[in-house]
Design a protein around this ligand. Structure first.
Ligand SMILES: NC(=O)c1ccc[n+]([C@@H]2O[C@H](COP(=O)([O-])OP(=O)(O)OC[C@H]3O[C@@H](n4cnc5c(N)ncnc54)[C@H](OP(=O)(O)O)[C@@H]3O)[C@@H](O)[C@H]2O)c1
Length: 261
């Protein structure tokens, strides 16, 4: 059993990591700015919650006490993303080294260093901070989550149009699969100091995903081609979001949609 700190453990993926670590019998702490009350969807029984702001470092030292390994699943929105990924990571890793935490696992994105999209630049800077830290670090890059592409469909459907990104295929992965991979990495699976990429079980065109989404949810709307501009679009159209030889995910998009319904 390890003592695992999930930083951002109340978020979309972080909560799955928290559940997976508890399920495997680890002693789990979670750090985030908002601490969930019992009954909150983010709450997991048996977990020690600590109120921490990585950017100001408020609450950080107390949260790090009595942990062996940390898993970073934090995120930032809009302009704050760069601050969370850089200032936040520096604060976290310096404090972790002082408290004697030996290992860190960072959740990142496939080919994050291959696009000048500002969010990707901030994530790539976060990766570099981890590589240069005193902690033994494993960086786990994954393909896009099922939830991300679904959010495109949900947003478009409000206007009666479901966007099928032109020329873009995805190999999306379930956050439950990502959680399994992250907890494996935290408990020593894989090479230390490595950056590894993992993908979902299938490569699908966005149109195929949109069709599955419509049939599984019963939602209406016309599937329409949508351009993806910018350097992120270029990366996706070139297949830089795919890793067919690293298909570690077990939950297909269709099965994930069915389980959500
Ligand atoms: N979406 C994708 O397709 C995809 C694919 C691969 C990798 N990723 C990566 O996965 C990571 C997690 O994404 P997600 O969608 O699960 O994130 P999310 O749902 O937005 O959750 C973010 C977590 O970080 C915490 N947090 C944010 N700012 C913080 C701060 N200053 N101090 C302490 N905690 C803070 C949040 O809690 P509070 O707000 O309460 O602080 C929350 O627990 C991201 O780094 C993302 O780049 C995403």
């Amino acid at each position: 059993m390890s003592r695992v700190l999930v930083v951002g453990g109340t978020g979309l993926c972080g909560r799955q990591v928290t559940l997976e670590a508890v399920r495997r019998g680890h002693e789990v702490s979670v750090a985030s700015r908002r601490v969930p009350a019992e009954g909150d969807p983010a709450y997991v029984a048996g977990v020690r919650y600590a109120m921490v702001d990585l950017v100001s470092a408020h609450g950080l030292e107390a949260a790090l006490d009595l942990n062996d390994v940390l898993i970073d699943t934090t995120n930032g929105m809009g302009r704050s993303s760069s601050t969370v990924f850089t200032v936040g990571a520096l604060n976290l890793l310096h404090a972790a080294a002082r408290w004697g935490i030996g290992h860190a696992v960072l959740l990142s994105i496939i080919n994050v260093d291959k696009s000048s999209y500002s969010y990707y630049r901030a994530k790539a800077a976060q990766e570099q901070i981890y590589r240069e830290s005193a902690l033994e670090t494993r960086i786990v890059r994954t393909t896009q989550f099922h939830d991300l592409v679904t959010s495109f469909f949900e947003r478009g459907a409000r206007f009666g149009m479901i966007p099928a990104l032109s020329g873009v295929r995805f190999q999306t992965i379930a956050t439950a699969d990502v959680a399994r991979i992250l907890v494996d990495a935290a408990t020593g699976v894989g090479e230390p100091e490595a950056t590894e990429t993992f993908g979902g079980p299938q490569v699908l065109t966005t149109r195929q995903m949109a069709e599955q989404w419509k049939s599984r949810t019963g939602r209406r709307g016309l599937i329409v081609p949508a351009p993806v501009p910018g350097s992120l679009g270029a990366l996706w159209k070139s297949g830089g979001n795919l890793a067919p030889d690293r298909a570690a995910g077990t939950i297909s998009y269709a099965d994930w949609l069915t389980s959500r319904a």
